[in-house]
Write a new protein. Structure first.
Lengths: 352, 300
């Protein structure tokens, strides 16, 4: 027991005193969180920009409720300079320019941004149709109400934060297992430890404890930044992320131990870990949500430990599913931990 | 005296090379035992098999009568091992390293202070090991190997790569360790180090123990002549040759050199004649022993 706490304390101190760990395992993933957070901040409710040239009766004389709706969809700037308005559209500074000549409403758009162009055309068309119907004096026969299936809180940050957290934890646990064992083998510390009466289990367990603690710190920091800065909303069973991260740390530690066992130098181990974790992060939806990804990619992600972790984190932290939704990912992660752990145990060497 | 270390026919092969070739060593309790040989002689491999961290291909090593291989956790608290490379936990201070090892051996934390004093690292207690000099690292690593008050201490080339002053400081530490009653086993390729520190020396070359004895016996056993050097003019060459016990005398570069197997009567005679100006007496060294045993010059 003494040996276990001694080893855990030594590794814990050594970990936080390494500025590289602060950067790669904390600051670096957080940079992505902040970057993506700001990039997609308004993605859910983006308005189209529209320049109005001169007076456009159909917009100016909208009834009040239609006007509110219109303002929700468009951010309108008014100008009298038609040429300047067209130049802005050409440059892509605004999505479209609109003017009215008699009864003709003319929309100028750029084909460079086809999505914006289609949105503006379609929406303005709907308002023109609405105006036509209103003038006819007949009540409209059909109405269309569009609502998104996602809850209001499901902004991009909700998908980004769990995915990036999963990636950060996977990276941390893998590096944390691979690097020390290579370094300690090279500088003979492993041999030195072996010459003390400490049990091998205590050595591995102390490493695991430090890795789990680091993962929890990562989680706290991620959630604090997400909730504090980007209005991340956690759903009811978010605390299931803790056992999920524990299982994931086990699995990734085992992967790290394998990488450490087959590498002669710390540089080689670091390379191997990157080659494993980075593509896995992409395939598991850490950087891009998989919901719109092709189905084969979604299938692949189910066979990756990080894919399982991300799925579990999403289910419990933001999708509002019950605690039991984490059980399957946890079981799969433990399965990975056992398989990789056995391989790591076979490959483990005290000495070069 | 009881033997605390005993090896029986230790053999280690690496491919075609027999690194250690049937080594038998016995180390009595309290001895300062030196394993002396040039680089690549098999010193470290032998030591590692005795420490129980390398499996012998043949033979066995016993400490306190118990087998050291496979890992014998009961023996580990009774032996302290200082490794060739300075193996420390990353980014910990001197104090923290010692504390970690104290806890690994489950000994009271008061030992930390004692060890810092023993190796003279008081000023460096808050310094991270990465920032220590080579000599300080060696001393810390010795402190770590002594923290649990072991009965046997193994030191593998402890003074390699140290400057002369640091070497001498470390010798003082090592002598102190041995004087506290511990058995010390040391490997070295420095002849002078072995001669100054050790009670017993085993000379090893090409994986085989050539001889084991006290430094004194090894040297006198050669039957080599003593050389007595005097300033020119203290005595004439002819006079010197007639002195009792002198084998030969010659004048070399302003120095009169006498060769003898019986230095006492020669020195007495010189003293009677008041001819001791610039006196120097040199005897054979372990280098001569090695040359005699192997027919080769000793090259560390």
């Amino acid at each position: 027991m003494n040996g276990f706490t001694a080893l855990a304390r030594a590794q814990w101190k050594g970990f936080w005193r390494d500025k590289q760990n602060w950067f790669w395992l904390m600051a670096f993933p957080l940079m992505f969180l902040v970057l993506f957070g700001f990039l997609f901040r308004d993605a859910g409710s983006s308005k189209n920009t529209l320049t109005q040239v001169g007076s456009v009766a159909i917009i100016d004389q909208l009834p009040p409720e239609a006007k509110t709706q219109f303002d929700n969809l468009f951010e309108v700037t008014k100008t009298t300079d038609a040429a300047a308005a067209l130049a802005e559209v050409r440059k892509g500074d605004v999505d479209a320019a609109v003017e009215q000549r008699g009864n003709e409403v003319i929309v100028h758009y750029s084909q460079a941004d086809q999505v914006a162009a289609a949105t503006v055309r379609g929406t303005l068309g709907a308002f023109v149709d609405g105006a036509n119907v209103a003038i006819s004096g007949k009540p409209p026969t059909f109405t269309l109400t569009a609502t998104a299936v996602e809850d209001d809180s499901l902004k991009p940050i909700q998908f980004i934060a769990p995915g990036l957290l999963g990636w950060a934890v996977a990276m941390g646990a893998t590096f944390n297992a691979a690097m020390p064992f290579v370094t300690w083998r090279t500088n003979k510390l492993l041999r030195r430890i072996r010459l003390t009466p400490v049990r091998t289990e205590a050595l591995v367990a102390s490493r695991l404890l430090v890795s789990v603690a680091v993962a929890l710190v990562q989680m706290v920091v991620f959630l604090a930044v997400g909730v504090g800065l980007f209005d991340l909303k956690l759903s009811g069973s978010w605390w299931m992320a803790i056992p999920l991260l524990l299982c994931a740390t086990l699995a990734f530690m085992a992967i790290g131990l394998i990488a450490g066992a087959i590498s002669k130098t710390a540089e080689a181990a670091s390379g191997i870990v990157n080659v494993i974790i980075l593509p896995m992060a992409f395939l598991s939806g850490s950087f891009i949500p998989l919901d719109q990804a092709p189905s084969w990619l979604q299938t692949i992600s189910k066979f990756l430990p990080l894919g399982q972790l991300n799925e579990g984190l999403l289910d419990t932290m933001v999708r509002g599913e019950g605690p039991s939704s984490a059980l399957l990912p946890m079981a799969v992660l433990l399965g990975f931990a056992v398989v990789f752990g056995l391989i790591a145990a076979r490959l483990f060497r005290w000495e070069d | 005296m009881t033997n605390v270390i005993e090896t029986r026919g230790l053999v280690k092969r690496y491919g075609d090379l027999t690194a250690v070739d049937h080594v038998d060593i016995t180390v009595p309790q309290g001895t300062f035992f030196g394993l002396l040989g040039p680089n690549g002689a098999g010193k470290t491999t032998t030591l590692e098999m005795i420490e129980g961290i390398r499996q012998p291909d043949e033979g066995e090593a016993l400490i306190f009568g118990e087998k050291v291989w496979p890992r014998n956790r009961a023996l580990l608290p009774r032996m302290g091992v200082q490794l060739q490379a300075s193996a420390f936990f990353e980014r910990l201070t001197v104090e923290e390293q010692l504390r970690c090892f104290a806890e690994l051996y489950a000994v009271p934390l008061t030992r930390i202070e004692e060890m810092i004093d023993l190796v003279g690292l008081q000023e460096k207690r808050k310094v991270r090991t990465e920032d220590l000099s080579g000599g300080q690292k060696q001393r810390l690593s010795i402190a770590c190997s002594l923290i649990h008050d072991p009965e046997i201490v193994f030191l593998d080339e402890p003074t390699a790569a140290l400057d002369p002053q640091a070497r001498r400081n470390l010798w003082d530490v090592l002598r102190a360790i041995n004087e506290q009653g511990r058995t010390v086993v040391l490997t070295t390729h420095y002849m002078d180090e072995a001669e100054i520190l050790c009670d017993q020396i085993a000379i090893i070359d090409r994986g085989q123990i050539l001889t084991t004895d006290t430094p004194r016996n090894l040297i006198t056993g050669l039957g080599a002549a003593y050389r007595i050097l005097l300033t020119e003019g203290a005595l004439s060459e002819e006079e010197a040759q007639r002195l009792p016990g002198v084998d030969s005398a010659s004048l070399e570069n302003g120095t009169l050199a006498l060769s003898t197997h019986e230095p006492s009567p020669v020195l007495t005679a010189l003293a009677e004649r008041d001819a001791l100006q610039g006196l120097q007496v040199t005897s054979a060294t372990l280098e001569d022993v090695f040359l005699t045993l192997t027919g080769r010059e000793y090259r560390a």
